[in-house]
Write a new protein. Structure first.
Lengths: 406, 342
């Protein structure tokens, strides 16, 4: 009896000592994108909320909410899970606070490599890495005797072969939805060609060149091998296409591999789905992909008590060995104790191949926006590549002028 | 109603209108003349899990100082109105001088975002408004002629498109026209073209959105016309029947003149609604092929993480002016009729 009581007590205190970070007050409200790894991360931080209020908003529209919500004083959210692109507008508007003191006080388990420092100040704590890389159907490629493609030229050749074999009509898929997604594909491909978005040391656009044209032509070739509705397909839509067995080659986020390879859907397709690194393009040696980190930032316009509570809860997750062990399949965690599994191969290959991080420049968002809307007509065959790139530069320039960058 | 009574009767509404419609419009107007201050940037070292680089960031201390001195931003006059993303006066001048044929010039101009959006918006208005009026009128006439017993459920069924939330309505149609959806796949079979996609072709996307617009707005016209039909006096119609007038003649010479003011009203409201077309573009994910003025405003406010208040405000003001221009003929006519009636 006594033994049971002791072990019960131990269990009780044991778990609470593990889960509760002894947060006494404050309120925590988190804004995050919506994919499995982030849900796991936020859930883990919730375990340690103590007596603090805990709210979370997972939304794929997070980019649209973030700036207005954090501009309010007090801000709606105490923390925003951001990535290298989405931290920029927060920095531009001065909406997030430096975390140095909090890291010193409560950030014991956080590794130095997780800290995002800008001008010597810690502005975010990263916990996972992400990139877009190739997925392929082993069975289809094997049947037709196609080697796993290493370049986008090989992807095109392989897709054409699959189409010619009559196995699949639209063998390739990537998130080409007009707007942010399409622009992201351009960014990847342009970087793969070795392009620079701005003239060095200025905010003058620099995409209307031979590399830009080559990028557009490659995107067009790939789009012709995709489902004709490609301009409306985001990551979720192409995932569904893949799971329906309509696609044999796909460029998709590493963070989506978890749900792509889960038990739902046709087990034969899941079994034949294999991951490989991102492809290169145009004879370049760096992959046509960008590296991303996801990390948390804290709102400036929120009380110090809330910031402290939020930091402690999130730091608990950002240094949680149990979480990275349990959810090793969901992401490439940057947290100590993570052992990369087969699903992390895309990101690890990308890093090995020397992929570049997404450019963290104050004016990059405007360029991304201009790309997303102006290259559509080229893909639809209504306009030449040069004209499309000229439009991108012109649209960017007038927006950048309005924003005071030029 | 004596003027004094009318004044007191109208005062609360008038106040609310000034407060919630007038003042925001004025504020938007003021905003449209301002742009952001010149960004002060500095070079700093940035480190992330992938390594360190020297790069630029916005210098927040300096920016805050400038912002506090001039919170509205940098005065830009009509700068935003005439830049490339709006009226693009300079670009148009350049195109005019550079292009050789008129067709080429039109091509260049319609490639500019504002004109692209304006053309779609106008096309939408031109096709949807008359069709809504016509379809609404025909449905109202038919239902008015049907036995009263089944009229109730039929009316309910007819106004369903209006009850369904626009986004949901457009999403349902969006899934149906998917290349694997019921309509999309059948059209592919019918045309024997596996690459045909309603969503990727610009023309087909426009047609889809216009058909959706007619489907969604007709019930409104129908409800108003149906109510108006109930007020048509029976005596002249009976007299006309005795005189041997056909159904078409009766409608043309008795019913239409009687409900004419209502037709004007519905036309006004539909024009205003259609000029602000927005939801179907989002619902159909049609941003690539069809952009409207309202969509441009939305895009400036949310799409790029960087909010372009000046741009959005300028487009808003031009949308208001556009609606005013469109409505002018109808308003002038109503005003004239009002004067002769007195």
């Amino acid at each position: 009896m006594r033994k049971i009581l002791v072990s019960l007590l131990f269990l009780l205190f044991g778990t609470s000592a593990y889960a509760d970070c002894n947060i006494k007050s404050g309120s925590i409200n988190i804004l995050a994108n919506d994919f499995p790894a982030l849900r796991t991360f936020v859930e883990t931080s919730k375990q340690c909320k103590g007596s603090a209020d805990f709210k979370v908003t997972h939304s794929s529209e997070h980019n649209k909410i973030a700036v207005p919500a954090l501009t309010a004083n007090p801000s709606e959210f105490s923390a925003r899970i951001a990535a290298n692109s989405s931290i920029v507008p927060l920095m531009n508007q001065d909406l997030i606070r430096p975390l140095d003191d909090l890291v010193k006080k409560y950030g014991k388990g956080i590794q130095d490599s997780q800290l995002i420092t800008i001008d010597g100040k810690v502005m975010a704590v990263a916990f996972m890495a992400n990139t877009q890389h190739l997925y392929y159907r082993e069975d289809v490629l094997k049947d037709l005797g196609i080697a796993v493609p290493k370049t986008y030229e090989e992807v095109v050749a392989a897709s054409e072969k699959i189409r010619a074999s009559g196995k699949m009509q639209y063998p390739y898929a990537a998130a080409y939805k007009a707007g942010w997604n399409l622009a992201e594909e351009f960014v990847n491909m342009y970087i793969g060609h070795g392009g620079e978005f701005f003239k060095s040391g200025s905010a003058e656009p620099n995409v209307n060149n031979a590399k830009g044209v080559a990028t557009l032509n490659m995107l067009k070739k790939l789009s012709e091998l995709s489902n004709p509705d490609y301009l409306t397909h985001d990551s979720e839509a192409i995932k569904v296409e893949w799971e329906s067995g309509n696609v044999a080659l796909m460029t998709l986020w590493a963070s989506r591999s978890g749900t792509l390879l889960d038990d739902e859907g046709d087990p034969n397709i899941t079994k034949a789905t294999k991951l490989t690194g991102p492809a290169t393009v145009g004879g370049g040696n760096i992959p046509a992909a960008t590296l991303w980190w996801d990390g948390f930032t804290l709102a400036k316009n929120r009380s110090d008590a809330d910031a402290e509570a939020t930091f402690r809860a999130l730091a608990h997750a950002a240094s949680n060995k149990k979480m990275v062990a349990d959810a090793a399949d969901q992401a490439v965690w940057l947290v100590e104790g993570f052992v990369p599994g087969p699903k992390s191969i895309g990101v690890i290959e990308a890093v090995k191949m020397g992929a570049k991080p997404y450019p963290m420049l104050p004016q990059m968002g405007l360029m991304h926006g201009a790309l997303g809307s102006e290259i559509v007509e080229f893909l639809q065959g209504k306009e030449s590549a040069e004209q499309a790139l000229k439009d991108v530069e012109a649209a960017y320039t007038s927006k950048a002028k309005e924003q005071g960058f030029l | 109603m004596p003027n004094k009574t009318f004044f007191w009767f109208f005062l609360p509404t008038g106040l609310a209108m000034v407060l919630f419609i007038g003042l925001p419009i004025i504020s938007t107007g003021v905003q449209s003349f301002y742009a952001q201050h010149d960004q002060v940037v500095k070079e700093v070292k940035k480190c992330d899990p992938f390594g360190c680089t020297v790069s630029i960031v916005v210098d927040n201390e300096e920016t805050t100082k400038i912002r506090e001195a001039k919170p509205l931003g940098k005065f830009n006059g009509f700068g935003t109105y005439v830049d490339r993303n709006h009226l693009a006066t300079e670009e148009i001048k350049k195109f005019w001088n550079e292009t050789e044929t008129f067709g080429e010039f039109v091509d260049q101009v319609t490639n500019l975002p504002f004109y692209k959006a304006l053309i779609f918006t106008l096309t939408y208005c031109i096709f949807v408004t008359p069709n809504v009026l016509l379809l609404g009128f025909i449905i109202a006439l038919s239902l008015n002629a049907i036995s009263r017993k089944i009229r109730g459920p039929l009316i309910f069924g007819t106004i369903l498109p209006m009850i369904v939330t626009p986004l949901v309505g457009s999403l349902v149609l969006f899934w149906m026209i998917d290349s694997q959806g019921i309509i999309g796949a059948n059209i592919q079979n019918l045309m024997n073209d596996p690459y045909l996609s309603l969503k990727s072709s610009k023309t087909l996307t426009w047609i889809t959105i216009i058909i959706y617009g007619i489907w969604h707005h007709s019930p409104f016209a129908f409800v108003v016309f149906y109510a108006a039909l109930q007020t048509v006096p029976q005596e002249p119609i009976e007299a006309a029947i005795i005189d041997g007038a056909s159904r078409f003649q009766r409608i043309k010479h008795i019913v239409l003149p009687h409900i004419y003011p209502v037709v004007t009203f519905v036309a006004l409201i539909s024009l205003m609604d259609n000029f602000r077309v927005f939801e179907p573009i989002i619902g159909f994910s049609a941003e690539g092929s069809a952009q409207s003025l309202s969509w441009l405003i939305y895009d400036n406010l949310v799409n790029e993480e960087v909010i372009l208040f000046g741009s959005a405000a300028a487009t808003s003001m031009m949308t208001i002016i556009g609606i005013a221009i469109l409505l002018a003929p109808v308003l002038v006519r109503t005003w004239k009729e009002f004067k002769t009636a007195r």
